[in-house]
Write a protein that binds this ligand. Structure first.
Ligand SMILES: NC(=O)c1ccc[n+]([C@@H]2O[C@H](COP(=O)([O-])OP(=O)(O)OC[C@H]3O[C@@H](n4cnc5c(N)ncnc54)[C@H](OP(=O)(O)O)[C@@H]3O)[C@@H](O)[C@H]2O)c1
Length: 432
């Protein structure tokens, strides 16, 4: 029976889960592939750090050359994270003819083109199912099962931290800052939460998904990104009164060869399946022209859920090695489509503003909306104090340009104190 030697880079939350799951599934992997994967060395930063008992300390090294220069090691599993030094290690591994499995969305979003080109050149596999959506199968369905479709829409909740914060704000009525603090105390949010709350983590995942789904190269800088720091308890409460919840959505559309990509807070009608994706769960809604609507849902992070995706990739690499077809399934995008160069399709919007509590203010606002042909679907008005009132509006579909001009004029009306938030509203039915 042949064994395949594996080098594991990183042994934190994900790496330790991989060690455990590979050990637990070794019999099944042997049955499926005829090969037995064996972790030969594990790279860590700190050799003295306490580790789970399942980690054989004799395998630990803090010298990457022990792994990358070892000709017996055929497969690298990268779970270090970040772009440096992970990217350099992965490039060296590919140049040495080793297959690479990674959970690293930062590296794939930023250096995916170069890594996939190196894999094609060296006839090696690079698989990264765990990089987006943790346990949820997303990359393989998009790159294999759905290739008979033109994928026209992606709508996802791809970041567990922000989804936890928004779910908590919805359930308790608390403010963003308080819930963030609680999430940090519980270890659900990093001490520097900016990558999550400013939308960058979701944008990196959207860049990876959209590149595959829309067969194009997407750069992070192409995506219109907005985080959730500006969302207040008031926004959440008005959204709820208007039949919706606020979610950080990653959305992509592909219409007539033009791609539109956005990450930002949006209202999701309570009857939409994405509205019920709460806490640390992730989900992706996909519309394919033949398949129709599909939704993928599950645990987007965690030690074993992420290891589940990585070990699935290990099995695919072993199968490919067995069949002698390594390096044939790399999903290199074959076209380049313009991204965010046109206005997105018109959409309904939620607007929350504060006005002087005087007669005629609402009429002024309504006149401005009528002049711009913006019609209102629902309006809630509440007195804040004897001098000020708050108005929340949901419009019917309006183009981004018309809306931006209307908001500028609205701000300049003498009795409008501030326009606090303007958020798109997801259509109740993703196909309409
Ligand atoms: N956590 C999740 O639920 C999750 C879900 C999906 C994807 N991912 C992705 O999986 C990757 C790993 O995440 P994680 O949560 O497991 O991270 P983590 O707990 O911080 O573990 C990182 C590991 O890498 C090692 N490491 C870091 N820098 C190193 C360096 N310069 N040289 C050698 N070793 C180094 C650390 O060594 P020490 O142990 O000695 O510090 C640690 O073992 C990231 O790309 C992340 O985005 C994570």
């Amino acid at each position: 029976m042949d064994s395949v030697q594996i080098g594991l880079l990183g042994c934190g939350t994900v790496g330790a889960g991989v060690v455990d799951l590979l050990a637990k599934r070794s019999g099944r992997i042997l049955e499926l592939t005829g090969l037995r994967p064996q972790i030969k060395r594990i790279l860590v930063r700190d050799l003295e750090k306490p580790r789970a008992l399942s980690i054989d300390r004799a395998l630990l090294t803090n010298c990457v050359d022990d792994i990358l220069n070892d000709p017996e090691i055929a497969v690298i599993i990268e779970t270090i994270g970040g772009t440096s030094p992970a990217h350099a290690f992965v490039m060296r591994a590919l140049e040495a003819g080793k297959h690479v499995i990674t959970a690293n969305k930062d590296m794939i979003a930023q250096h995916g083109d170069e890594i996939l080109a190196a894999a094609a050149r060296t006839q090696t596999d690079v698989l990264f199912e765990a990089a987006v959506g943790g346990a949820i199968p997303l990359i393989r369905p998009l790159k294999e099962c759905l290739t008979a479709n033109v994928i026209t829409d992606l709508q996802g909740i791809l970041n567990g931290t922000t989804n936890y914060i928004l779910s908590k704000m919805t359930a308790t009525g608390a403010e963003f800052g308080d819930v963030l603090q609680e999430a940090q105390d519980l270890g659900y949010a990093e001490s520097d939460p900016s990558s999550d709350v400013d939308g960058l983590d979701a944008a990196r995942k959207l860049a990876i998904l959209a590149s595959i789904a829309f067969s194009t190269r997407v750069r992070l800088g192409d995506i219109d990104v907005r985080g959730i720091r500006s969302i207040t308890a008031a926004d959440v409460r008005y959204a709820s009164e208007m039949g919706a919840v606020i979610k950080l959505l990653a959305t992509g559309s592909n219409e007539a060869g033009h791609v539109h990509l956005r990450v930002g807070p949006s209202l999701v009608p309570k009857d939409h399946p994405l509205a019920r994706v709460d806490d640390a769960f992730n989900a992706l809604f996909v519309h394919g022209d033949a398949a129709g609507d599909l939704m993928f849902f599950g645990r987007g992070a965690g030690s074993l859920p992420t290891a589940s995706a990585i070990v699935g990739d290990v099995i695919e690499v072993l199968r490919n090695m067995r069949l002698g077809v390594s390096g044939r399934l790399t999903p290199a995008p074959n076209s380049s489509k313009p991204v965010n160069e046109r206005e997105p399709a018109p959409a309904a919007h939620f607007i929350r503003l504060e006005v002087g509590d005087k007669p005629g203010v609402f009429a002024q606002m309504a006149a401005l909306f009528a002049q711009k042909s913006i019609s209102m679907e629902s309006v809630v008005q509440r007195r804040l104090n004897p001098l000020a009132a708050e108005i929340a509006i949901v419009t019917h579909d309006v183009s981004a340009g018309v809306l931006a001009r209307a908001m500028k004029e609205l701000q300049s009306l003498p009795d409008v104190v501030a326009v606090h938030n303007v958020l798109p509203v997801l259509k109740g039915d993703s196909t309409s």
